[in-house]
Ligand binder design. Structure first.
Ligand SMILES: Cc1cc2nc3c(=O)[nH]c(=O)nc-3n(C[C@H](O)[C@H](O)[C@H](O)COP(=O)(O)O)c2cc1C
Length: 260
């Protein structure tokens, strides 16, 4: 078994690494410089982990799955997704990308993790104590998940019609429009110190430094890594309210050695 994950700010990375440790699976970020074709080819079970964005799979993960779809045929698939508190069918929606190939979904689960949208006033970031409790609860759920998988118990969270309707009507109905607009709309304010950290951390090479200014290619995957890591709190994505506090669990340590 291998685990392949995308994580913007550390939550999905954490779940993937813990899962892989318990299941004794190799674990790779899809940003790594690895021969994924060979890796996928030689495994019979592939676990995917990603954060849910507006009840959708992040575009960077969608592109990865599209690129490697042929190799996924005949595989057993586990879907692990992280979310703040609700996505309806955030795990099921992954299967829409692989409907036309022969795969067996053997488990799908949602894990509530701390908020990483650091500038949304209605959902303020939790204190580190509260965030740790949320993570511990997710870890307990993960242990149970691994036990179930080992026993051959199948759970497919979010696969029923109610979850599908909730995912669609509560969020996904708007998300393509929101995503299309937001992917071209990373904003850098006057506070930018031109350190280039956002350029180095961006998983899609959306940002580049041109004559001391940050420019964008219109390929933001909305991961909030740059927003949470910017030392000047000068970047916003999707929601353009001022950043006052950042989510520091993982954004500084994300893998950016290669591009998908
Ligand atoms: C653009 C965006 C959209 C999100 N949409 C949802 C959502 O629909 N439902 C939810 O519960 N959490 C949502 N979240 C929260 C993240 O899914 C959650 O914090 C996740 O664990 C972050 O994972 P990461 O640290 O691996 O990037 C969203 C976060 C972002 C940045």
């Amino acid at each position: 078994m291998i685990t392949l994950y995308f994580s913007g700010t550390g939550n999905s990375k954490h779940i993937s690494e813990q899962f892989s440790k318990i299941m004794q699976a190799a674990c790779y970020s899809i940003e790594e410089a690895v021969d994924f074709e060979t890796l996928i080819h030689r495994e019979d079970t592939i676990a995917f982990c990603y954060p849910v964005y507006i009840s959708k799979v992040p575009e960077i993960m969608r592109n990865f799955v599209q690129k490697h779809k042929a190799q996924l045929s005949g595989k057993k698939i586990i879907i692990l997704c992280t979310q703040l508190f609700f996505s309806g069918d955030g795990a099921r929606v992954f299967t829409e990308m692989i409907e036309d190939i022969d795969v067996q979904i053997i488990y799908a689960e949602h894990f509530n993790m701390p908020n990483n949208i650091c500038n949304l006033w209605i959902l303020p970031l939790s204190s580190s104590v509260k965030a740790s409790k949320v993570i511990e609860k997710a870890e307990r759920k993960l242990i149970k998940t691994c036990e179930n998988i080992k026993k051959g118990i199948v759970i497919k969270r979010g696969f029923n019609n109610t979850s599908k309707l909730l995912g669609w009507y509560s969020q996904r109905i708007y998300s393509s429009q929101v995503e299309d607009k937001a992917k071209k709309d990373v904003r850098i304010n006057q506070g930018c110190i031109h350190c280039g950290k956002c350029v180095r951390l961006c998983p899609t090479q959306n940002l580049k430094m041109v004559n001391h200014n940050i420019e964008q290619n219109g390929e933001c995957t909305l991961c909030y890594r740059c927003v949470n890591a910017c030392p000047a709190q000068a970047i916003t994505v999707l929601i353009h309210a001022k950043v006052k506090k950042q989510y520091t669990f993982g954004p500084q340590n994300m893998q950016t050695t290669s591009r998908v």
